[in-house]
Design a protein around this ligand. Structure first.
Ligand SMILES: Cc1cc2nc3c(=O)[nH]c(=O)nc-3n(C[C@H](O)[C@H](O)[C@H](O)COP(=O)(O)O)c2cc1C
Length: 209
């Protein structure tokens, strides 16, 4: 059975972001896709320090704040949804710290795992935050699921988001597209395998200066 991890980057377990993610989960259940919702926004999650420990050891040097636990789960998952509230027109600090460390510390291939970013703001900054989160997927060979609008809801409380009917519709359509992509990729992988991925070059400035 296909499995999708969903990260709630908000400290509010039943807030706006959670409401959007729950709307997706209700579709995944109908589509027979297993889900695991992981609450990260209420944890103390420090940022990456670029120490290089993960390159030698395959895991982040900092334990106990879910990054290494989620890394293990992601290796076996088919898709990842990251949900974040918007703070000053960006994903919140917890989500950025978490995603930097999760993506930098995992050396296994994430190629063709499907990614989706979901953002929630009261009024402005959703699309800028959406861009930031999609970049973790698009540097990792992960196809990005899309919907009938950018993956966003609006509200200050869960009750507001429940009134954002188009936002919730966007979440349902996103979940349907994501489930379809995961099932289609699974069929394609069983007949064609994965596309070749070159890793030979790692240049900063071509003249070496
Ligand atoms: C520190 C902070 C900064 C915020 N910045 C913005 C912002 O830039 N734009 C906006 O529309 N809402 C902003 N908000 C409101 C939240 O993004 C919004 O209420 C969100 O939907 C809350 O989601 P949650 O219930 O999942 O935490 C901010 C809230 C906080 C606490």
């Amino acid at each position: 059975m296909a499995k999708i991890l969903l990260l709630n980057g908000s400290a509010h377990q039943n807030g706006c972001t959670a409401t959007a993610l729950q709307e997706m989960i209700s579709v995944f259940e109908k589509e027979n896709v297993e889900t695991e919702l992981i609450q990260i926004g209420n944890k103390q999650i420090r940022g990456c320090i670029g120490c290089g420990f993960c390159k030698k050891n395959g895991r982040c040097v900092f334990n106990g704040d879910l990054v290494n636990e989620v890394a293990e789960k992601l290796e076996h998952a088919d898709g990842l949804v990251v949900g974040s509230p918007v703070y000053y027109a960006s994903p919140n600090g917890t989500v950025i710290s978490f995603m930097d460390r999760l993506f930098y510390s995992t050396s296994y291939s994430k190629q063709m795992k499907v990614g989706a970013a979901v953002v929630s703001c009261r009024r402005g900054g959703n699309t800028a935050s959406f861009d930031v989160l999609n970049k973790y997927f698009t540097i990792s060979g992960m196809p990005v699921a899309s919907s009938t609008y950018w993956n966003q809801v609006h509200g200050f409380s869960a009750e507001d988001v429940k009134k954002d009917l188009e936002g919730l519709q966007t979440m349902r359509n996103l979940a349907r597209n994501m489930a379809f992509m995961i099932k289609a990729f699974d069929m394609a992988k069983s007949t064609m395998g994965l596309p070749e991925m070159e890793r030979e070059f790692f240049t900063s400035f071509p003249d070496g200066k």
